[in-house]
Design a protein around this ligand. Structure first.
Ligand SMILES: [Ca+2]
Length: 470
């Protein structure tokens, strides 16, 4: 038997196709595995056939920074995309440029949001997606108006609910692959708009169970998240759940086509999201916050015969790790550019004994733009670390947050003993050694992420910024 070095994924006999699917603003607690009330049977099926990573983290949980990290493998300070509506600079080494270099046919369908502005993205701003392109920068119209701009930047109208119209395009791409390009592997990204607000736009999704079912369930407080405290209406929560079920139906259409074409075994399918949504937890809205509802995202991967089926993994997987990990799974680790700062975790995903893993991830929104602040109050700049067990974060001293003053502060949560993060352990008796250790790690990880100038409060204060100690 040939010897392999530690942590190496066996080279595939033929390069696998990659279908990378991500929704917008879907927290990890918004699918059936982590909330049995939310019906997502097709994602459950994918999970049974693949591996679920429960510690997938959106390190900078807002659109443009996540998408820049996906495409660059770099921290926001390095790529320059620190907040929304900043343009990811071209450098020739973005994920899709590398996949093209190693022989993949690229395609992109859906929301882009790393161009800075304008919904018609110029071809030289597509970072190597030179083939199929049904893209737009940022729109959250789901049932009428423009669907996307095509390869020649012609506007195409929505004729059905966005998910399903996009699924038709994915199917068209897959059919074309099977008919005309079966010998060339593809790298197709499908970037869905839902379940991003407006949550009232659920009504055209027509999934089952539907809005009325979820709204009725939520009348009973036992069916609400334990940390739900208002701030986002139950109608919005029900609309959000409905959108998650609607995505699942569209995903099912695509998974069925992979089966029908006989290419499911040759195709890596990833399902994830760009970040979550507080959705009323602690009374907060939206994202850009260090709590699980904001940073912990679904991550399901199916790669038959390579990634174990039916596994639930506690691997820590960050946004900067996506690009090197995908290239590793393609058997193209040697093509990972030196500009990439993330880790290739493909061997760990494949269950290779002794494969390298992370024991901590940097998290942070080091800069809040004025536009972002307006749409996501209260929001405050922070940096932190997320380990498998703990979340520790520092809000920037002097950051002005509506209703919370300008003191800055720290949070420390034990996500095993307190999964809903109800208790802030900062400065609690018995937390001293843990807190000191995590603080040292935060200082080190801020250095790694290029945030060493982030202003940390002199020492942890006794009250968290949002959650008062009990
Ligand atoms: Ca987003």
């Amino acid at each position: 038997m040939p010897q392999r070095s530690r942590g190496e994924v066996p080279a595939p006999l033929r390069p696998p196709n990659v279908l990378f699917v991500f929704s917008d603003q879907q927290k990890n607690r918004a699918w059936q595995m982590n909330n049995p009330l939310i019906s997502t049977p097709r994602l459950m099926q994918l999970a049974a056939q693949g591996t679920v990573v429960q510690n997938a983290v959106s390190q900078t949980p807002i659109c443009s920074p996540y998408r820049a990290m996906l495409m660059s493998g770099q921290y926001p300070r390095t790529s320059g995309v620190l907040y929304n509506d900043l343009r990811l600079p071209a450098n020739g080494d973005r994920l899709s440029e590398v996949t093209a270099r190693v022989g993949y046919r690229n395609g992109y369908i859906g929301k882009w949001h790393i161009n800075g502005s304008g919904n018609a993205i110029a071809p030289d701003r597509r970072h190597g997606f030179t083939g199929t392109w049904k893209g737009y920068e940022a729109m959250h119209n789901y049932s009428s108006g423009t669907a996307w701009y095509d390869e020649a930047n012609r506007a195409v109208s929505l004729t059905r609910y966005r998910n399903y119209q996009e699924a038709d395009e994915v199917v068209r791409f897959l059919n074309d692959h099977a008919a005309n390009h079966a010998d060339d592997p593809f790298f197709l990204v499908w970037s869905l708009g839902p379940p991003h607000n407006p949550y009232s736009d659920y009504h055209k999704t027509q999934p089952s169970p539907n809005f009325s079912h979820y709204r009725s369930l939520l009348n009973d407080p036992v069916n609400r998240p334990p940390n739900y405290a208002g701030g986002e209406s139950l109608d919005s929560v029900a609309g959000y759940y409905t959108m998650c079920s609607g995505i699942d139906m569209a995903l099912g259409q695509v998974l069925d086509r992979l089966d029908a074409l006989g290419i499911a075994d040759d195709t890596i399918v990833v399902y994830t999201s760009d970040h979550g949504d507080m959705l009323g937890s602690y009374g907060l809205k939206l994202k850009q916050k260090p709590w699980e509802e904001s940073i912990n995202i679904p991550f399901v991967i199916r790669y038959p015969g390579v990634v174990p089926a039916g596994q639930v993994s506690d691997l820590l997987l960050g946004s900067v790790d996506l690009m090197p990990t995908l290239l590793g799974l393609m058997g193209r680790a040697s093509a990972i550019p030196s500009s990439v700062q993330g880790m290739d975790l493909s061997a760990a995903l494949c269950g290779v004994p002794g494969a390298p893993e992370r024991d901590a991830l940097w998290i942070g929104v080091p800069v809040i733009s004025s536009a972002s602040t307006a749409s996501a109050r209260p929001a405050a700049a922070y940096t932190g670390v997320r380990t498998k067990r703990h979340t520790y974060a520092s809000f920037k001293a002097g950051t002005v947050v509506a209703g919370y003053g300008s003191k800055g502060g720290y949070i420390l949560h034990d996500n095993v003993n307190d999964p809903w993060q109800m208790e802030n352990l900062v400065d609690k008796t018995g937390s001293e050694a843990l807190q000191a250790n995590l603080h040292d790690r935060l200082v080190a990880m801020n250095l790694e992420a290029g945030e060493s100038s982030f202003t940390l409060p002199a020492r942890p204060v006794s009250r968290g910024l949002y959650i008062k100690s009990r």
